[in-house]
Every structure is written in structure tokens, then in C-alpha cells.
Design a protein around this ligand. Structure first.
Ligand SMILES: [Ca+2]
Ligand SMILES: [Ca+2]
Length: 87
């Protein structure tokens, strides 16, 4: 997990792109390894995701994304990357 955090810092320093973010796995995104992604953890990968967008993908409304919910978000972000970046 220390490696993942260091990679995150490096990616942020370089300005991570949507294409780069598409390579993130659920395990990479789950910084504290509790098996769920908070809004803060998601924003490390997708800084443009706000609470409203997050809640859209939080299908069971438990305020975290599980693996399936994260996959949906990731797919949406990779297909809509130009639209989300211009927002
Ligand atoms: Ca987590
Ligand atoms: Ca959820």
C-alpha cells in the first residue's frame, strides 16, 4: 500500500490523465484496504468526481463504492473523459 500511495503522489504531481486513471484497479484506489472506496479515495484517481456524481454510482447508497460500483464509474469516466474534463 505504501507503493500505491507513492504512485498516487507521483501521478498527481504529473497531472494524471483520464487515460492513466483507466489503469487503476479497485485495490489501487482503496488506499486503506477496507474493501470500499470513499469519495476521497475516488477523487485521488478522478479529481473531477464530485459528491453528486459519486452518489450516482453508489447504487446501494451506503456512501462508499464497492468493486462493481467502481467498475461502473471507471467505465463512465473512460468513455466520457473529454466531457468531464471540460466541465
Ligand atoms: Ca477504502
Ligand atoms: Ca455502495
Amino acid at each position: 500500500m505504501k507503493f500505491a500511495i507513492a504512485t498516487t503522489a507521483a501521478a498527481l504531481a504529473l497531472g494524471v490523465t483520464a487515460a492513466g486513471a483507466a489503469d487503476w484497479s479497485f485495490e489501487d484506489a482503496d488506499a486503506n484496504g477496507d474493501g470500499a472506496l470513499t469519495l476521497e479515495e475516488v477523487q485521488v484517481i478522478y479529481p473531477s468526481v464530485d459528491e453528486i456524481q459519486f452518489n450516482t454510482y453508489d447504487g446501494n447508497a451506503d456512501k462508499v463504492l464497492d468493486q462493481n460500483e467502481f467498475v461502473s464509474l471507471k467505465q463512465a469516466m473512460s468513455t466520457n473523459d473529454t466531457r468531464t474534463q471540460s466541465k
